[in-house]
Write a protein that binds this ligand. Sequence first.
Ligand code: ASP
Ligand code: MG
Length: 301
Amino acid sequence: MKVLKFGGTSVGSAESIQNVRTIVSRIEGPKLIVLSAMSGVTNILVRINENLKVGEITEAEELISELRKKHLDLVDSLIPTDNATVINHVNSLFQKFLEILQEENSENAEARIVTFGESVLTYIVSAYFSSKGMDNLLLEAKKFMHVPNLENPDTEKVGGLLGHYLKDKIESDIYITQGFVRTDKFNRINTLKRGGSDYTATILGAAIRAEEIQIWTDIDGFHNNDPRYVEDTHSLSHLSFEEAAELAYFGAKILHPQTVSPVIDKNIPIYLKNTFTPDLPGTKISNELSHTRFKSDFSER
Ligand code: ASP
Ligand code: MG
């Protein structure tokens, strides 16, 4: 099984999602796909939560209708015909979401609000794949992503929970689930912190002992210098787990800082790939030795 994670910009529009479908259809074998929310959506959800905290319900409702429109438009573009069931379901998800606003003293409203982007998008992408004849199974991450300790996820436990959850489900070649979501020590919905879908991918990769993990973003792998500040950088074809972890901690905003930790012991390689240039090799992160000079390059800033 391969784990494929697609981040915000990779699922930021109907065109990108069509692109994702092409990429997925070209990858052989069974796949577990982890999706984050459409780009920009989590930021809006954070604002909705802030509005709610200070009682600005009308503002929150306006933002929610904006998000509803965005996702309904997405359904129309991806599934232009016979989409009534999907539209109805998306509407009902938003209806349930609106009900959070009415709850009094809801314990974990914040986590339920900010993870909504992943819930609605995975449903739409799953329905879109099905409409194209790509059978798939949508999995609810909250049923198995039990991560009470953010720094040290028990991936055996997650694997056990996933196995149990899948027991009475039909087998599929394509599984789709939400990044970012976890349940905490109180068994309540919580998050893996902003950008956490990468971490979901490696926790699940370790949990199922995946053959590899592919993280699809909008840049072609790790660069030898920070492309946001330096011209003419080039992507590194290979990094060790330690180097990648160090780079992520240094703030090369490509990976969630903890991404590599769950897979180091199991030596599961991570490939960083660009959704928009899928034929470029990207960066492989593994325990093979590499001979790069990135450390000195990065530490100059
Ligand atoms: N959607 C979440 C965020 O924007 C998680 C992620 O993108 O990885 O932080
Ligand atoms: Mg995101």
